[in-house]
Design a protein around this ligand. Structure first.
Ligand SMILES: Nc1ncnc2c1ncn2[C@@H]1O[C@H](COP(=O)(O)OP(=O)(O)O)[C@@H](O)[C@H]1O
Ligand SMILES: [Mg+2]
Length: 383
């Protein structure tokens, strides 16, 4: 499934958002424009659906409570609202599913958050409609969404499975390289990629080989010095490792393990691995970090290469403030969403008419859109 449209009310620094999403969408914006906050909507929905230790209350508590979540610029409307439209195929126009969740502070001493409204539609037909009579009879029920209730969510379980399967990736190479020394403390869902090696190890050998072949293919032109990436187990400890031939300084340079890979190479491998996995939405936080611009410029091509080879393509929501990433023409005007911070909070928009025209005439997103963002940042810095 694919999220085709996202609407938000009072979500963090966004007072009001209504945006279309594509198979691959780039969130472009200066620092503090709200890119991470926008990605966080889908992490939040995933956390609400999480079978152990998840749910609405936990997802809000993990974000320091309702008051931190609700937009500081909110006016009359006091709730936070999230609405998504989903389609089975990436090209469908009419949504197969729609889901809406609104929650607000209960307004009593205990500062609990309650579901104000929760609705789901399947092909336009309402299959969940809260608050209902049971909610009215027992207000405690409003502490939970029906996403988290197996008895109640059967009619819209597809949505729940989609949300629950979301992956957020922001590989921190040091955590991966020195995980053992650090002591293996890991967050749920492993957002920083510490468990990448174990994840790769868990996949059946044949699948793993196919994926690593694809990754090698994608890596080839971006980092020609890294060859033949493969999976190995340490003979003594049995621990999983990645190895690659490194052909830089000496003609016969030998094999290296992940702790010797550059940070950029490791981040890229993490990215390519997650692209090759099946699953629902993939959230990529600034994939350009610790990579040089030449390699960053190749990220869109690598994404395309990996996706072309996979049968079930996952939807990608990627945040960036790299002009290099947007310098080629992989992304059309529809694939770009521009975030800007203002006095009333942040806004999100598609490229305007001029920018779209420029892109259609052959300018890259970097040239049509990015320069303005730079100027905005310049303006803020000067202020
Ligand atoms: N509830 C809120 N209301 C208003 N602004 C918020 C809220 N929560 C966070 N912010 C602001 O959002 C900004 C951070 O956005 P973030 O998503 O991290 O930006 P980016 O990833 O684009 O650098 C900060 O300026 C922070 O103060
Ligand atoms: Mg960020």
């Amino acid at each position: 499934m694919y999220v085709r449209r996202l609407k938000l009310t009072n979500w963090r620094n966004f007072r009001e958002v209504d945006i279309p999403l594509q198979e691959v969408t780039c969130l472009v914006g200066a620092n503090a424009a709200g890119k991470s906050n926008l990605l966080d909507v889908f992490r939040f929905l995933r956390d609400v659906c999480k079978p152990d230790g998840g749910g609405l209350q936990a997802a809000i508590k993990d974000r320091q409570g309702f008051q931190k979540l609700r937009c500081l610029h909110a006016r009359k409307v006091s709730h936070v609202g999230i609405e998504v439209e989903l389609t089975e195929s990436p090209t469908d126009e009419v949504p197969d599913w729609r889901y809406l969740l609104a929650f607000a502070a209960e307004g009593k001493g205990a500062q609990r958050t309650v579901v104000k409204e929760e609705k789901a539609w399947r092909k336009g037909e309402l299959v969940l409609n809260r608050p209902n009579a049971e909610d009215a009879a027992d207000t405690e029920r409003r502490l939970q969404t029906h996403l988290q209730q197996v008895q109640a969510n059967q009619p819209f379980r597809d949505i729940l499975n989609f949300f629950a399967d979301t992956v957020y990736l922001h590989v921190v190479p040091q955590l991966l390289k020195f995980g053992d020394q650090i002591g293996g403390q890991r967050l749920d869902n492993d957002p920083f990629g510490q468990g990448l090696l174990e994840t790769i190890a868990r996949v059946p050998e044949r699948v793993r080989k196919t994926r690593l072949d694809r990754i090698n293919k994608a890596l080839q032109s971006a980092i020609p010095s890294v060859r033949d990436l493969k999976f190995v187990r340490d003979e003594i400890s049995g621990r999983p490792h990645l190895e690659a031939r490194y052909l830089h300084h000496r003609p016969h340079a030998g094999w290296q393990r992940e702790e010797q890979f550059s940070d950029g190479t490791l981040r890229l491998i993490g990215l390519l691995w997650s692209l090759s996995e099946t699953g629902s939405m993939l959230l990529l936080e600034e994939p350009e970090l610790s990579l040089n611009e030449k390699i960053v410029a190749q990220i869109p091509r690598m994404i395309t290469s990996i996706r072309r080879d996979s049968k079930r393509r996952r939807q990608i929501l990627l945040s960036t403030h790299s002009a290099a990433l947007l310098a080629n023409k992989a992304f059309g005007p529809k694939d770009i969403l521009i975030l800007s911070a203002g006095k009333e909070g942040s806004t999100v928009r598609l490229p305007n008419e001029d920018e779209t025209e420029e892109m259609e005439a052959g300018l890259s997103a970097a040239d049509a859109v990015m320069r303005k963002i730079r100027m905005e940042v310049g303006g803020l810095e000067a202020a």
